[in-house]
Design a protein. Structure first.
Length: 216
């Protein structure tokens, strides 16, 4: 299956793109010879849109060194860090200089589940997931469900980092999106999670009935 071309990201406004990415597959072909390298993938089952006039958007006030990638060309990645540990991955969606993006909130793992579990368990050891006591077992249904059902979890499972992947291209880099591979699903439109501003805006979308969604 081919990766999504550049004109896919350029042909849709941010909220439409947030909806169209549902059912597509995020892929990371991690390079190297170490135990944490390899191919991982997951179906995008939950997204959130962030617009330039949205008070919850990082670009709401102005461009800064932290959010500069968000003002870049469509089809690139904006990866930012929260709580000094966790990375979140966003698809830049607005025209260059505008500052809009789609947050990928949850994945249904499809490839490299053992590697995802290894990365998550290594994160436990370093304290990145200090709030959870039990390790992930990707051989169990519950372990699979918890591999990537949240924005911080999925970047660990997929081996995505701010230092390495912020501003990288989804059309030429080792992280890309292909598909869609999930069809004929009902989409839920609702408000976003964990916000103090713009919390009433219905900019969150997820695949109805999918067990990998972070929160119904």
């Amino acid at each position: 299956m081919q990766k999504l071309p550049l004109d896919f990201y350029q042909s849709h406004d941010t909220l439409t793109l947030a909806q169209l990415l549902l059912g597509c597959e995020l892929v990371h072909e991690s390079r190297g010879d170490g135990p944490l390298a390899g191919v991982t993938a997951g179906i995008i089952v939950e997204t959130e849109g962030y617009l330039t006039d949205d008070p919850a958007c990082h670009a709401y006030r102005r461009q800064t060194p932290r959010n500069a990638a968000m003002f870049g060309p469509q089809g690139t990645l904006y990866v930012y860090q929260i709580y000094n540990h966790y990375n979140c991955i966003n698809v830049v969606a607005g025209a260059q200089g505008v500052g809009e993006a789609v947050l990928i909130r949850a994945l249904e793992p499809t490839e490299g589940l053992d590697l995802m579990g290894l990365r998550r368990n290594e994160a436990f050891k370093t304290g990145f997931e200090r709030y959870r006591k039990n390790t992930i077992d990707p051989e169990t249904a519950d372990g699979q469900r918890n591999l990537a059902n949240g924005p911080g979890k999925l970047t660990i499972a997929m081996g995505i980092s701010r230092v390495e992947h912020n501003s990288s291209s989804l059309t030429t880099g080792d992280i890309y999106i292909r598909g869609p591979i999930l069809h004929d699903f009902d989409m839920v439109t609702t408000t976003r999670i964990g916000l103090t501003q713009g919390a009433d805006l219905p900019y969150r979308y997820y695949v109805n009935g999918n067990k990998y969604v972070s929160k119904k």
